[in-house]
Design a protein. Sequence first.
Length: 370
Amino acid sequence: MAESGAKTRRKSKSADKPKVLRVGFIGAGGIADLQLRMLAQRKDVTIAALADINPRLLEKRYREYPDAEGFSNYRQMLKHCPLDAVTVCTPNKSHAAATVAALQAGCHVMVEKPMAMTVAEARRMVRTARQARRKLVIGFQHRYDPRTQYLRRVFDEGGFGNVLYTRVQALRRRGIPNWGVFGRKELQGGGPLIDIGVHALEMAHYAMGCPTPRSASADMFTYLGNKPSDGIVSLWPGWDHSTYNVEDLLVGRIRFSNGAVIHIETAFAAHIGQRSLMNFEIMGDKGGATWEPAEVHTDESGHMVNKTPGWLPDTAFERVFQRKMDGFVDHVLHGQPTICPGTDGLAVQTMLNALYASAANGGRETPIRG
Ligand SMILES: NC(=O)c1ccc[n+]([C@@H]2O[C@H](COP(=O)([O-])OP(=O)(O)OC[C@H]3O[C@@H](n4cnc5c(N)ncnc54)[C@H](O)[C@@H]3O)[C@@H](O)[C@H]2O)c1
């Protein structure tokens, strides 16, 4: 009896122990820095390991997170360090391989946007998560933006009726990154569409209730990134024009199985009036909306009215990003549902790749298969 009582006590003691998520990082560069700072604030997370191929960066991170183990090869990290979850923060080319390896090692995974470079990679990631019975989350922080949540709620409650058309914009006037590998198609899969257009596209698609994409067409242009930046005062001068082989500007159209249409404009360098612009505008048969400002346009009491929420939570980038990191931990550690499942990432990937395929093919309509 005494023994069994002791056992029961031991059991209940361990049941009371707060759960802690042991997280490993694959890629420890710019976005990992932000993720690390946000996860480090949580008492239920341990930053257990960091893997990066850049030894100097790894050394720097090690000084910042001395309790974490450092690895130059993520496969060694997955083999030798017990982890519950991994976040993939490498350039896009490594997203699929690193995600699949982490899932197969038994870890839940959050992968930064875009999920992958190709639809085949994205499918493999979703399939592996299913087979391994692990959770796969895409780092789509803009879904956590209070403006996006408001518009999605309006959609869910029928406030737009049938969404007919959405205009999506992610444009920079002269914002070609002068760090990382954002101008190299072979490492990123593309330029502004896959890097910044993906943000505006995924949140617009989410706010429209994630309809099924059916086909896409696009045109793209390269005219500045492949030339030296000198001469013009700009935000990030000195980009590597010698390796730049992605688009500066892409304009495209996506058709959905419910009849809705998206038009997208995205650029690292477009001659627009503002420094940068990210927005989408929904037009439905009952109502419409803009994301910025978060404003719903509808008919009410015999009038055309524009409605804005009286108050929204903080929409500052870091606050929204914190919600994304919290969302991942709450999903994998505490079983809460995610609003960024791998399958949504796959749908977005099919749109990105169809837009690029069409642009490479003279703007021809390109079918999208689910
Ligand atoms: N959600 C967002 O708002 C946001 C913002 C910026 C970047 N990102 C995404 O994050 C990813 C990384 O972008 P970044 O700005 O941090 O780039 P970065 O160049 O600053 O960092 C990438 C890091 O990955 C490391 N790396 C490369 N290959 C690796 C490998 N095989 N194994 C381990 N480490 C490897 C590099 O050495 C580098 O330190 C990209 O996919 C990008 O699209 C997302």
